[in-house]
Design a protein around this ligand. Structure first.
Ligand code: GLC
Length: 745
């Protein structure tokens, strides 16, 4: 029987004392009393120890065990396995003075052993129920390896596909991102944080990290307060409201103040406004990086600014460990700041039940189970977005007997997992090639990669690929990016297909065979050079372990594509940033203003916000995705044409499945505030419903809008709605909609 922690004995004493109190105290109040009774016993060194997280991958050596014994570490990330995790915990529990349990973190971003689509792909499913289910599976698999806490969900709104971390993001829209944030908190944390198969979530990277200038990772961000509150903060607010237990500060400086030393975001917004009572962990060495940011002169100042701003736990860098004692001794910092941070950390540890149950047991039969793989296949099918399907070349007809499977991503078991798939193993991947070889009964599969990797420039293999295509009735062409071309620190200035992939497409065009492009990538790509040569395009992102079966189900029509874009696709890098919820400007673009013939006189009449050399609309808009069927939207009905501040506007729309396939449709509701005290976006997503409609059937879909949906933050940080005219749009994407209007009185 493992020794129970000293704190447990303390709790029993405390309970005996408190049980004679009349009032029954709540669980939270009980935790607060336990924290207080523990805090008074802690030395300053032990308090600061709780605020230190070290990485096993960076710091592991014999001294680590002594640091744990001395109570100088509160958390580890990247513990290698359950045995190591429990051994470190045993030392904390049995050999340290106060026996405070450690908390073990890991990046479980889109699955642990069963890898789901990258978060941007999951966002394309617009299916919070499925995202929650996938997160719950990830939590169960991770906790069976002793992980208490994941550094997910990443909630950074991303409008720039050059940025490699768009792959981990929920896309460009705050409303969709907020729904996904809530789903992932529910999935990771479950109903009961002490449940050994759940893990604490971490909303990251707080905040504005996705607005990195030029799409260059870690780059500076300049975000006016209204934009910050209307675009970048909502997903984190949803995370906190849903009960997310930890927040991670970020690498970027925000309006000149690094977010790991930013009192306005970490204390004013997160604590004072949102009443967040979990703890804030810095990003990897982001506290020490305030020195190269030029915001701190040395590590002592970095520690000081981080603790004063509201960072509770320092990841990997040790500025607080090294400098807080002297900062307190010399009166620069009051110990009350340390106490606040330690209470936040202890609160989460108590909530997770780590004091009662510090050791992790490997849960039976939770890894890569049939159910897990079934969910991975389901969410991967719902994440894929059909961008083009000329002459309904998909789904593959029964008359098609010979299928050429070509391209560098047809059999790339590691790349299909995508970025941040730390614990996913390529040997568990079912690649498209494998799936088509095993599942396409009665079909002849002819395989030729054409190129070895997505960046391969050696065109030697293209000849064989062309020969394979010539033997086929149809070519499935698996193109895109290796996993390593997106993710942290992996931004790209050019967004076309890397390597000689465009040449591969060109060569295959000559065979006259129908080419179906299946794109595996971590970001929107610029497909302008190849899209006219492809009869169909299925955008699969990086779909995870079950990429093969999912794509197989879709191209054979076992499942009808239902994914819709969570991010706009630019026509060219020069068009970036391009996103749907943009401002109208005083001179919105007009098509006729694009053609400037030589010798045209300088004509100030009718200038508008255009490029001379490129269409101003994105190649594919936010919310776009085709199906094998078609949907007709009609009969939009509003419950009123004027509403007051206390009313709900009911909206109904009739959707008819006018095609031959039963299919899911994502019905989207947008609004536009026509005039307001600060300029408003031309559209804002305020609702969506993913519904199944049988072929030929119709369905009435209902939405409700309240004054809260019509409100925005102004430049003074006030959240308000203003009377006036609004337009609303219901449609299949942010461009194809039916419009109505109403007044807010
Ligand atoms: C990284 C990432 C962060 C991750 C952390 C721990 O640098 O920015 O998202 O959770 O370090 O791996």
């Amino acid at each position: 029987m493992k020794k129970q922690p000293f704190i447990l004995l303390l709790t029993i004493v405390f309970l005996l004392l408190s049980c004679n109190q009349k009032a029954k105290i709540s669980k939270d109040e009980m935790i607060e009393k336990k924290i207080d009774s523990l805090l008074v016993l802690m030395t300053l060194e032990e308090k600061i120890g709780q605020m230190q997280q070290l990485s096993i991958s960076r710091h592991f050596n014999d001294t680590v065990y002594d640091l744990v014994r001395q109570g100088k570490i509160g958390s580890f990330l990247n513990a290698r396995n359950l045995a190591m995790r429990n051994e470190l915990q045993r030392i904390a529990l049995e050999e340290s003075r106060l026996r405070i349990p450690l908390i073990f973190g890991r990046d479980v971003i889109h699955g642990y052993k069963t890898i789901f689509p990258i978060p941007l792909g999951q966002a394309a499913s617009w299916n919070p129920v499925l995202v929650e289910k996938a997160s719950a599976i990830a939590a169960k698999e991770a906790s069976s390896d002793g992980i208490d806490w994941t550094f997910a969900p990443m909630l950074d709104i991303a409008r720039d596909p050059r940025w490699g971390r768009i792959a981990e993001s929920p896309g460009e829209d705050p409303f969709l991102a907020s729904m996904l944030a809530r789903a992932m908190v529910r999935g990771f944390q479950g109903e009961d944080l002490t449940d050994p198969s759940t893990i604490a979530a971490c909303g990251k990277h707080f905040v504005g990290y996705g607005a990195a200038e030029g799409g260059k990772d870690y780059n500076t961000t300049l975000i006016p307060e209204a934009e910050l509150r209307n675009i970048y903060l909502p997903s984190f607010k949803a995370f906190v409201e849903e009960g997310g237990q930890t927040i991670m500060s970020a690498f970027n400086d925000l309006n000149g103040i690094p977010t790991s030393g930013n009192e306005f975001t970490l204390r004013q917004i997160l604590r004072n406004e949102w009443r967040f009572d979990g703890f804030v962990v810095s990003d990897w060495e982001s506290v020490a990086e305030m020195i190269p940011h030029g915001y701190c002169k040395d590590e002592a100042e970095a520690a000081q600014k981080a603790i004063l701003a509201g960072v509770d736990m320092e990841m990997v860098s040790q500025t607080m460990q090294d400098h807080l004692p002297s900062l307190i001794q010399n009166g620069t910092i009051s110990e009350s700041f340390i106490n606040l941070a330690v209470k936040n950390i202890l609160r989460v540890k108590f909530r997770l039940g780590l004091f009662e149950k510090p050791y992790a047991d490997s849960l039976e039969n939770v890894i890569l189970t049939e159910d897990n793989l079934k969910t991975a296949r389901e969410i991967a099918t719902e994440s894929c977005v059909l961008l083009k399907n000329e002459d309904n070349v998909l789904p593959i007809k029964s008359s098609v007997k010979r299928i050429a499977v070509i391209g560098p991503l047809a059999d790339a078991p590691l790349d299909q997992l995508g970025t941040w798939a730390f614990d996913g193993r390529p040997e568990n991947s079912v690649t498209p090639l494998k799936a088509f070889q095993e599942m396409s009964e009665g079909k002849k599969i002819i395989y030729s990669p054409g190129l070895k990797t997505s960046r391969d420039k050696d065109m030697e293999g293209i000849k064989q690929a062309v020969a394979a295509a010539r033997q086929s009735d149809i070519v499935l062409l698996f193109l895109g990016e290796e996993a390593i071309l997106s993710g942290e620190a992996h931004s790209r200035a050019f967004l076309n297909l890397p390597g000689a992939q465009e040449q591969l497409v060109e060569a295959l065009t000559k065979t006259g065979k129908p080419l179906v492009g299946i794109i595996l990538a971590g970001r929107p790509l610029v497909l302008s050079k190849i899209e006219d040569k492809l009869s169909a395009i299925l955008y699969a992102w990086h779909p995870g372990t079950m990429a093969g079966p999912a794509i197989h189900d879709l191209v054979f029509g076992k499942v009808v594509p239902s994914g819709k874009l969570p991010v706009s696709f630019p026509r060219a890098e020069g068009q970036i940033p391009v996103y749907y919820n943009h401002k109208n400007t005083g001179r919105p673009p007009r098509e006729e203003q694009r053609n400037i013939t030589p010798g045209d006189p300088m004509n100030p009449v009718g200038f508008s916000a255009n490029y001379l050399d490129l269409d101003y609309l994105p190649r594919y808009p936010f919310g776009y995705g085709l199906s094998y069927t078609s949907f007709d939207y009609s009969n939009i009905l509003l419950s009123a044409d004027t509403i007051g501040f206390k009313d709900t506007l009911d909206i109904e729309i009739l959707i008819k499945n006018t095609g031959a396939y039963d299919a899911q449709e994502i019905v989207q509701l947008y609004i536009r505030d026509i005039y307001a005290s600060i300029t408003q976006p031309v559209k804002e997503l305020k609702g969506f419903k993913k519904i199944m409609i049988s072929a030929g059937d119709s369905l009435n879909v209902n939405f409700g809008l309240t004054v809260n949906d019509l409100s925005f933050y102004d430049n003074e940080g006030s959240f308000l709605a203003e009377p006036g005219r609004f337009e609303l749009f219901v449609g299949k994407n942010s461009r194809e909609t039916i419009k109505a209007s109403f007044y807010l009185k």
